[in-house]
Structures are given as structure tokens and as C-alpha cells.
Design a protein around this ligand. Structure first.
Ligand code: ADP
Ligand code: MG
Length: 582
């Protein structure tokens, strides 16, 4: 039996940037899963308790470790994966820094068992805060199991800094999604608080994406494939209709390593130009394979950032590949919702001779007779009447002369100034105060839907949904949940004309939900979220009644100046401001 874990020379370890590996339970999960992948596992089981705060366990059937390797694995910069700094620049394993287990074990309680399957010889080590408190021989099947319990038990400041279970669980799911999608040939299961959330058999990439994200993603997957000298691309781009308000469907892998890259996101998004509504992000599972010598993974301890030797070429390759694949897909008549119909020439016009345009003169036209006099007088007196009515008393009372410009602003006047109101922000403020009131006074009015709305949640949306059900109730949602099918029979009355499915997905996909550090309460978060998604949008034309209603409602709000996100809702121009412009 050969021992393979060795300590890197200090000069090598110094070259590897220092930093923190463990930020939260999901970073532990990521490191443990990466170790199982590097150990050639074919089956990996994940067990989570309390969003990983109490337990993160990863069990694999991989190569396993010898007793000596198990001991060495907890020493800083002990790794079996590289020998010299040169290896860092041609890395093919997920790990190489040899610091994850050392870091994790110093802030948690660990139980590790492992066997290399030499006659089921196995070993057990129990550690608290980096110190071994118990060890013994055991008879075990090949593979390794690591339990990480009570993360940050000895660093109370860090433990308190952990977010709500909802947030931590979202991070955990995100790590799991990334690893499960990029390793479709490996069997995975995920158990959260005794409940099996995922059991994923070995399957094709497409099937794996569907198993993880649910059946409804199937029809939105457009394959992408492009081989160039710099990089090979493959994977799937999601159809523009499947774009979301969050970036939760954006997955990039370089040599199968999940990474984050703004320039790649940008390159893909710009290929979608004109195909997405404002504020929506495209979805993709993009696998980039390239010579490891041309990239540097050792930018950050968490190994999710990569430096590319030639990022400009990569940018254009990705950009054109995505355009190409969207182009092919658009040939099929299903989509093209943004196509400019004026570009179409109908077939019966193609074979007819063009008509010569003629000039028509109206000989009766009198340029000085714009209005007929009676009309003019009538209009003018109307004007005076409405003016004197609205300007009569208070200075700031809004006049009835309200109009909309650019389908975006409502313009109104008072005696001393001109007010320009952003319709979207104004409506957000109105709804926000309305929602808060319903939540706090439990006075939410629900409206029964004629046809219940059925939404199939993905499995991870489902476990997140279960965390927020009480808030849903207090808002006035009435629903039934069976398996992943959510049937909503009543909704808060403010939401009646909105896409409920979109609103709920928007909430479940939001990365900022209930961020304690920002002093947000669930209720406030919900009220903001709902008011944003159900507000009148920019671009929506409003009739005069609607305009008036909006203005009146805004000025009866407690805080009419600022939107829920603290943006200015309206500007006022007084006489001086205007005169100064001349
Ligand atoms: P790195 O992965 O960067 O080498 P780690 O601290 O994550 O550093 O792990 C240290 C060593 O422990 C690894 O190099 C590997 O040899 C061993 N190891 C950790 N987890 C496993 C596992 N699940 N199966 C087999 N060996 C493992
Ligand atoms: Mg590792």
C-alpha cells in the first residue's frame, strides 16, 4: 500500500495565494465534493442537516485513503494532487491547494472514515477544532465518508454571521447543482433533514439538467457546439422565453470546473441582444474546454475564478457561437416574438409593379384657419375653468392637467411647479405600502381565482418554498401543495392581473432574500419583491383615469418621494428652474 499524501515544500505553498476557503456551509460542501470527484468516485451521497449548519456529510465510493494519508490530509498544504508550482498551471484535478481539509477541520467537528478496499481495511478519525480526539480501525467498503458537524462552533463571530437557513440552503443547492450538472456520469443523491431531495442516476448531460431543474426546462434547451483552436464549447443555451429575473440559470464550466466570469456572462448576454425583456437574464449551461496551460485557476482560494491568456478571442468565440445557436433555433417558426413586422414583404406584393407615388394637393386648405372660432373659445374657457378649480386653494395641489410622456413619466403641474413622476417607481411605492399594511394588519384581501394557477416547482424551489410558507399565508395566498405541484387558488388582490408564476419564481430565485445583515425582514422583503414585480412598468401607456389615480395614490402615501429601493420617484421644476434654462 503506497502512501500518496505529501506536504508541499514551503516555497510552493507560499506561491499559492493565501486566503480563506471556508466562508459558509456551502463552501465546505464544495470542497468535500471536489475531493470525492478527484478520488474517481462513481457514487456520491450528500447528507445535510439544518442547511449545513449542523451537518454536511459526503460519502463516496472513490479511491479512499490509507491511515497515514488520512492523518496527512488535515495538514495544511498536504495534497496528493500536485508536486510543483508548474503543476498548478496544467491542473486537471479540482483540488490542488491542499488546504481545504486543514481549514475545515480547524473550525468544525469532523468524523472521517476511509478505506482503500484492501480486505476492507478501514480507519476512523474523529477531530474537534483540528485535534484528533478519537481514532480506530474499522471494517469498511472502499471509499470515504466525511462528516463536518457544527461549522464555526469555535468561531462564534463567524457562526453568527451565517444567514438564515433559506439563504444557506440556496447556496448549498447552488453548489450541488453545479457539481451534479458537470458530472452527469456520476450518481448523486442529496438528503436534506432526512428527506431525499435528489436521486440522480448516471445519465446524459441533457437528462441530468432535466433531472435537476425539472421537466419544464426540456423544451427550452438549445444545444451549443463549437470547436475552435482556442477552445471547444458545448452544452445548452436556454431559449430567450426562459430568461429569468435572476442569474440563477447561468452555469459556466471551464474544463469541467464551475466558474464565475463576468466577461463570459457579458459575451453571452450580448448575443441575446434584442431578444430579452429589460431586467431579464439569459440562462445557459456552457462547457468550455481548453488547454489547461492557457488558463490560471489559482486566482482565488475558492478556485471559482479563472484567468484566461486570451480572453478577447474567447469573448468573440463565445459571442458568435451563442448567436449562431440562437439563429438556428429562430429559423423554427415557434419564436421570433421580437421580430419587426414592417420588415416583412407580403408575397402578393413581390410580383406587382411598384406604384408611382403621386402628390395630392388640397386646394381648400387655409393655413390660417387652424381652429374654428367657436371651438377655440370653448376650449379656452374650459382651460380657465379647470385651472381656476385646481389652482384655487393650496399651492401644491395637483391640477387636472395630467399627461404621460415617453410611456414612462406622468407630468403634472401645480401652481408653482412642474412635476415629472416615474410611473413605475410611483406604483412600486403605492403597492409596497399597501402590501406592508396587509401583512402587518393581517388585513390582506385575497381574491379567488376562477382557474387555479398551477406551478411546477423545481426540487430546490420546493425546499425553499417550504421555508417561507407562513409569509405566503399572511399575504393572502391560498394554495395546495402536492409533490412539486403548487396550485394557487387565491392571491392577494393587488396581484390579480399579474403573472403569478413569474412572481413566485422571482422570489424563490432571488439571491438576496432575507439578508439579515441588511436588516431586512421577510415581510419587508416580500412587500418589496411583490411591489416590484406587480407594478406598472415603463413602456405601459396609461389612460387619463389611470394617470390621475396613480398621482393621487402616490401623494397619499406615507413616503411619496422614494421608491422601496430608495430611488427618487419624481422631480419638480419650479419657475426659476425653467427660466434658468433660457
Ligand atoms: P486538495 O484537494 O487541494 O489536495 P484537501 O485538503 O481538499 O486538498 O485534501 C487533502 C488530500 O486528502 C487530498 O489531496 C486527497 O489526497 C485526500 N482526500 C481528501 N478527500 C478525499 C476523498 N474523499 N477520497 C480520497 N482522498 C481524499
Ligand atoms: Mg480538495
Amino acid at each position: 500500500m503506497s502512501d500518496i499524501v505529501k506536504i508541499l515544500p514551503i516555497e510552493v505553498s507560499n506561491k499559492i495565494a493565501a486566503g480563506e476557503v471556508v466562508q459558509r456551509p456551502s463552501s465546505v460542501l464544495k470542497e468535500l465534493l471536489e475531493n470525492s470527484l478527484d478520488a474517481n468516485s462513481s457514487k456520491i451521497k450528500v447528507i445535510i442537516k439544518n442547511a449545513g449548519k449542523n451537518l454536511i456529510q459526503v460519502i463516496d465510493d472513490g479511491d479512499g485513503m490509507s491511515i497515514k494519508d488520512m492523518h496527512s490530509s488535515f495538514i495544511k498544504h498536504a495534497t496528493s494532487k500536485i508536486n510543483s508550482i508548474d503543476d498548478v498551471f496544467s491542473i486537471s484535478s479540482m483540488g490542488f491547494r491542499g488546504e481545504a481539509l486543514a481549514a475545515i477541520s480547524s473550525v468544525s467537528m469532523i468524523e472521517m472514515t476511509s478505506s482503500k478496499n484492501l480486505e476492507n481495511e478501514g480507519y476512523f478519525i474523529e477531530m474537534v477544532g483540528g485535534k484528533i480526539i478519537n481514532e480506530k480501525e474499522l471494517s469498511l467498503d472502499k471509499g470515504t465518508s466525511i462528516k463536518v458537524k457544527n461549522i464555526f462552533f469555535n468561531v462564534p463571530a463567524r457562526r453568527n454571521f451565517l444567514k438564515s437557513d433559506f439563504v444557506e440552503l440556496r447556496h448549498i443547492m447552488n453548489v450541488f447543482h453545479n457539481i451534479a450538472v458537470s458530472n452527469h456520469e456520476i450518481e448523486f443523491s442529496l438528503i436534506n433533514n432526512e428527506e431525499e431531495i435528489f436521486y440522480l442516476k448516471k445519465e446524459s448531460l441533457k437528462k441530468r439538467i432535466i433531472s435537476v431543474f425539472g421537466e419544464k426546462i426540456r423544451e427550452h434547451l438549445i444545444p451549443i457546439k463549437e470547436n475552435t483552436q482556442i477552445a471547444n464549447l458545448n452544452g445548452f443555451i436556454l431559449k430567450p422565453e426562459f430568461a429569468k429575473k435572476s442569474r440563477s440559470n447561468q452555469f459556466i464550466f471551464v474544463n469541467n470546473r464551475p466558474i464565475k466570469s463576468q466577461f463570459i456572462n457579458h459575451s453571452i448576454s450580448s448575443s441575446f441582444d434584442g431578444l430579452l425583456r429589460d431586467g431579464y437574464y439569459p440562462g445557459y449551461f456552457l462547457f468550455i474546454n481548453m488547454d489547461p496551460v492557457k488558463i490560471d485557476v489559482n486566482v482565488h482560494p475558492n478556485k471559482t475564478e479563472i484567468k484566461f491568456d486570451d480572453d478577447q478571442s474567447l469573448y468573440s468565440i463565445i459571442n458568435s457561437a451563442v448567436k449562431h445557436c440562437l439563429g438556428i433555433y429562430q429559423i423554427s417558426p415557434v419564436l421570433d416574438f421580437e421580430k419587426d413586422s414592417s420588415m416583412d414583404i407580403s408575397y402578393n406584393q413581390i410580383n406587382t409593379d411598384p406604384k408611382i407615388p403621386s402628390i395630392e394637393v388640397d386646394s381648400e386648405f387655409n393655413p390660417f384657419k387652424i381652429f374654428n372660432e367657436e371651438d377655440f373659445i370653448k376650449k379656452d374657457s374650459n382651460l380657465e375653468l379647470s385651472d381656476s378649480l385646481s389652482y384655487a386653494n393650496e399651492d401644491n395641489k395637483l391640477s387636472s392637467k395630467i399627461f404621460q410622456i415617453f410611456n414612462k413619466y406622468i407630468v403634472s403641474t401645480s401652481k408653482s411647479s412642474l412635476i415629472i413622476i416615474n410611473q413605475n417607481l410611483a406604483h412600486q411605492r403605492i403597492l409596497y405600502e399597501d402590501f406592508l399594511k396587509s401583512i402587518f394588519e393581517s388585513s390582506s384581501e385575497s381574491q379567488k381565482l376562477v382557474f387555479p394557477i398551477e406551478i411546477t416547482l423545481t426540487k430546490s424551489q420546493l425546499i425553499l418554498f417550504k421555508k417561507i410558507t407562513t409569509d405566503f399565508d399572511s399575504l393572502g395566498f391560498v394554495y395546495d401543495l402536492s409533490n412539486t405541484l403548487l396550485s394557487i387558488s387565491s392571491v392577494p388582490s393587488q396581484l390579480i392581473n399579474n403573472s403569478i408564476e413569474e412572481i413566485i419564481e422571482d422570489i424563490l430565485d432571488d439571491e438576496n432574500i432575507f439578508d439579515k445583515s441588511k436588516n431586512l425582514s421577510y415581510s419587508d422583503f416580500f412587500a418589496k419583491k411583490l411591489s416590484k414585480s406587480s407594478s406598472i412598468k415603463t413602456g405601459q401607456s396609461l389612460n387619463s383615469n389611470e394617470q390621475e389615480f396613480l398621482v393621487n395614490q402616490l401623494f397619499s402615501c406615507k413616503e411619496p418621494n422614494l421608491s422601496p429601493d430608495n430611488k427618487q420617484i419624481f422631480i419638480t421644476l419650479n419657475k426659476n428652474d425653467i427660466e434658468n434654462r433660457f
